[in-house]
Design a protein around this ligand. Structure first.
Ligand code: IVH
Length: 666
C-alpha cells in the first residue's frame, strides 16, 4: 500500500516526466486524456491533504496568488549583455574572429578558433536558479546586477523543469531566454480577436509583459517557451572545457537548449552559420534578431574577460532589418469571419525581408489612433516571418488634409449593416451575422461547391459511372463534423476549442440550436454552489458541464443563434449538409492504437482524431498494452517493435473499416 505522500511524489515525478516529453522533447508517450487523469488525481490528493502541497508541484503551474510587486533580486554573478556587430555582412563575422585572434595573441600559423554559434532569440533574458535540482528562484536581468523575482510566474512555463533530471549539482544557475513562438502568438491573437479584446503587438513584448505580470494566473495563460544559452553560478559540478559541452550538460538535466546551435571553426565557420540561419530565418517557428558567436573554450573566455557589461568573447551578429519605410496610399477596412473590422494600410510597394509588401495591418481603431496614422503619412512597416506585415509607427506626416484622417465606418463595407463597437472591446464589428457575405464566405464556399457539382452532374448528362463518382464526392463534401460546423458559423468568441466543447456537450446540431442558454447558465451556477457544499461535506463534486463557457460568451452565442438571418442560413445549411453528430465515447470498448509511417488518404493527425472520436486511444509508442499498430508507408522502428511484441499490425484499409464500423473488434 502506498500512502498519500508516496502517491503524490510518484504522481509528481510521472507528470514531470510527461511534461518534459511533451514540452521539451516533443515526443509525448501518453495521450492528453491519460495526462489529465494523472494531473487530476494529484490535484485531488493535494486538496484532500493540503500539507502535501509543494511549491514545485506541477499543479502549481496554473499560477498562484497575485503579488503586490516583484521583489528585487541581486545576481550573484551579473547577467551580462552582449556587444552587437552592426556590420550585417559576412565581414561582421570576420571582424570578430580577427579581433579574438589578436586579443589571444594568435598568428596566421595557429589553427582556427573554435566557436559556439547560437540563435539570438528575441524575448526576455532570465536566470533560473536550481538548488539541489529544484527550481528555487527565477529572476529577470534587470540592470544586470539587480533583477526582479519572477519565480511564481516562471513556474507556470511548462518547458521549464521544476525539478532537474538526473544527478543535479548543489547549485546550477541556467540562463536563457523566455519567448513565444509565432504560432502561439497568432493563436492567442486570433482568440483575442474572436473575443473582441485588444490584440498583442508582437511576440517579444507579449512574452516580456507576461513574465513581469503580478498575477501568475495571467502568465499561465500565455503560451511561453524557454531556451537556455548560458549559465551563472555553479556549485558541485565539474565544469567541462567548452561552452558547448556545458550547454549539452544543461540539456541533459532536462532543460531545453536550442537545437540549432553549432560548433564551428574560424571566420569561415561563422560566415557559413550566419548565412545558413539567414535562409532558415523565415521558416523558424519564432523570431530571432540575429545569431550569437561565443569563443567555445571556457579558459579562453576567462582570459578574454569583459569590458563594462559585455564579454569580449561573445558578439551578436544581426541580419538586415525586416523593417522598411514607405507611404500610406489609402486605409481600407477588411471584414473577418467573425465580423471584426480591421483597418489595413494600402502602401506604396516596398521590398522588405525578401518579399514585396503592399499592405499592412493597423489591427484596430485603438491601435490606429495610438500610432496616429493618416493617409499620405510616411510609415515604418515591419514584416517578421509569416506574420502579417504591420505598421509600426509614423515616420513623417503627409499633408494631413481633413479627408486624410481615417474614420471607422458606421456601415459594414461588405454588407452595409450597421457596425458596432461594444464599450471595453477593441474590435468594431459588423452586425450582419450570416447575412454578411464576409462572414458566411467560408461556411458557404463548401456548401456552394457541393451544390455546383450536383447541378453539373444533372445538367451535363454525364456517363453513369462518372455521375456516380460525382455523387460520391458530393456526399463526401456534404459531410461536416458538428464541431467544424459550429466553428464555421463564426459566432464571436467561438474559436476551434470552444466549438469542440459545444459539439461534445450538445452532440447534435438540433440540441445546440434549441439550447436554452439562460437556463443552462443558471443550472451551471446552481451545480457550482452545490459542489461547494459537497466539498465541505467531504463528498465528491459533480462534473460541471460547459466548463470554460462564461455568461458573456453564453449570451453572445444565444444572441447569434436567435438572430433571424442567422437562423435562416443555419436552417438552409442544415438541410444541405450532412452534419455528423459527435459519437458517444465507447470508452470501455476503446482500444489502444499506435500510428506509424505515412498513410495515403489521411494525415496521422486526422487518423488520431477519428480514432479518438470513436473512443479509442492513440499512444505514441508500442508496448504490450498496444492493441493495434497501424502501419503506413515507410513504417520504421515501431513496426519492428510491434512484430517483436506480437502486436497485431493493420494497414490503412483495415483502419478505415474500423473507423466506419466504429468497432475495433474486427
Ligand atoms: S549570451 C554572455 N546568447 O540577448 C552574454 N544572449 O543583447 C550573455 N540573447 O540579454 C548573453 N539569445 O536576452 C546570449 N544565444 C544567446 C542569446 C542571448 C538571446 C539575448 C539575451 C541577452 C541579450 C543581449
Amino acid at each position: 500500500m502506498t500512502g498519500p505522500r508516496e502517491r503524490a511524489a510518484q504522481l509528481r515525478a510521472e507528470i514531470e516526466l510527461h511534461n518534459r516529453l511533451y514540452y521539451v522533447e516533443d515526443a509525448p508517450q501518453i495521450t492528453d486524456a491519460e495526462y489529465d487523469r494523472l494531473f487530476r488525481e494529484l490535484v485531488e490528493l493535494e486538496r484532500e491533504h493540503p500539507e502535501l502541497a509543494t511549491a514545485d508541484s506541477p499543479t502549481q503551474r496554473v499560477g498562484g496568488a497575485p503579488a503586490k510587486d516583484l521583489a528585487p533580486v541581486r545576481h550573484e554573478l551579473p547577467m551580462l549583455s552582449i556587444r552587437t556587430e552592426t556590420d550585417t555582412q559576412d565581414s561582421g563575422a570576420a571582424n570578430f574572429d580577427a579581433r579574438i585572434r589578436r586579443e589571444l595573441g594568435l598568428d596566421a600559423s595557429d589553427p582556427p578558433v573554435e566557436y559556439g554559434a547560437e540563435l539570438k532569440l528575441d524575448g526576455l533574458a532570465i536566470s533560473l536558479r536550481y538548488e539541489k535540482g529544484r527550481l528555487a528562484r527565477a529572476a529577470t536581468r534587470g540592470d544586470g546586477e539587480v533583477g526582479e523575482d519572477v519565480t511564481a510566474n516562471v513556474r507556470t512555463i511548462h518547458s521549464i523543469p521544476l525539478v532537474l533530471k538526473g544527478k543535479a549539482p548543489d547549485v546550477l544557475e541556467v540562463r536563457g531566454e523566455i519567448y513565444m513562438t509565432r504560432a502561439a502568438f497568432e493563436r492567442m491573437n486570433r482568440r483575442q480577436a474572436e473575443l473582441g479584446e485588444k490584440l498583442f503587438i508582437n511576440p517579444r513584448n507579449t512574452a516580456a509583459g507576461a513574465v513581469r505580470q503580478l498575477d501568475p494566473k495571467i502568465t499561465a495563460q500565455r503560451p511561453l517557451t524557454f531556451s537556455a544559452y548560458g549559465y551563472g553560478v555553479i556549485h558541485g559540478m565539474r565544469l567541462p572545457r567548452r561552452h558547448s559541452e556545458l550547454l549539452d550538460a544543461i540539456e541533459a538535466f532536462g532543460v531545453p537548449v536550442n537545437q540549432r546551435r553549432a560548433v564551428v571553426h574560424g571566420a569561415e565557420g561563422l560566415v557559413e552559420y550566419h548565412a545558413r540561419i539567414r535562409t532558415e530565418r523565415e521558416r523558424l517557428p519564432f523570431d530571432i534578431d540575429g545569431v550569437v558567436y561565443k569563443v567555445n573554450d571556457l579558459g579562453w573566455q576567462r582570459e578574454l574577460g569583459n569590458v563594462a557589461r559585455e564579454p569580449r568573447w561573445a558578439v551578436a551578429h544581426k541580419y538586415p532589418p525586416q523593417e522598411e519605410v514607405t507611404e500610406v496610399q489609402a486605409i481600407e477596412v477588411q471584414v473577418g469571419r467573425t465580423g471584426t473590422l480591421t483597418p489595413v494600410a494600402k502602401l506604396k510597394p516596398v521590398f522588405v525581408g525578401g518579399v514585396t509588401v503592399s499592405s499592412a495591418t493597423l489591427h484596430n481603431e485603438d491601435e490606429l489612433r495610438r500610432k496616429d496614422v493618416w493617409v499620405g503619412d510616411t510609415v515604418v512597416i515591419r514584416r517578421a516571418g509569416d506574420v502579417i506585415p504591420e505598421v509600426v509607427a509614423v515616420r513623417a506626416h503627409g499633408p494631413r488634409r481633413a479627408q486624410d484622417r481615417f474614420e471607422m465606418p458606421t456601415r459594414c463595407p461588405v454588407c452595409g449593416s450597421p457596425t458596432v463597437r461594444v464599450t471595453g472591446e477593441a474590435a468594431t464589428r459588423c452586425t450582419g451575422g450570416l447575412y454578411c457575405k464576409a462572414q458566411r464566405r467560408q461556411t458557404l464556399l463548401h456548401f456552394a461547391y457541393a451544390l455546383d457539382v450536383r447541378t453539373l452532374a444533372s445538367l451535363e448528362r454525364m456517363a453513369e459511372k462518372s455521375a456516380a463518382n460525382v455523387h460520391a464526392s458530393i456526399e463526401r463534401s456534404r459531410r461536416v463534423e458538428l464541431q467544424r460546423f459550429i466553428y464555421a458559423l463564426g459566432i464571436p468568441g467561438v474559436g476551434e476549442e470552444v466549438a469542440k466543447l459545444l459539439a461534445r456537450h450538445f452532440a447534435t446540431l438540433e440540441a445546440f440550436r434549441s439550447a436554452d442558454w439562460p437556463k443552462l447558465m443558471a443550472d451551471k451556477e446552481a451545480l457550482r454552489k452545490d459542489n461547494a457544499q459537497r466539498r465541505k461535506r467531504g463528498e465528491p463534486a459533480r462534473e460541471v458541464p460547459l466548463e470554460g463557457i462564461g455568461p458573456e460568451l453564453a449570451e453572445a452565442i444565444d444572441k447569434f443563434m436567435h438572430e433571424p438571418h442567422n437562423r435562416e442560413v443555419i436552417e438552409r445549411l442544415a438541410r444541405a449538409l450532412a452534419i455528423v453528430p459527435v459519437a458517444r465515447r465507447a470508452t470501455p470498448a476503446g482500444k489502444t492504437f499506435v500510428l506509424t509511417g505515412s498513410l495515403a488518404g489521411m494525415t496521422r493527425e486526422e487518423a488520431r482524431e477519428a480514432l479518438e472520436a470513436r473512443g479509442h486511444k492513440v499512444a505514441a509508442s508500442v508496448s504490450k498494452k498496444t492493441d493495434y499498430v497501424v502501419a503506413g508507408a515507410e513504417a520504421g522502428a515501431k513496426l519492428e517493435k510491434a512484430r517483436s511484441l506480437r502486436v497485431p499490425v493493420i494497414d490503412e484499409a483495415k483502419l478505415r473499416e474500423i473507423l466506419r464500423s466504429g468497432d475495433a473488434e474486427a
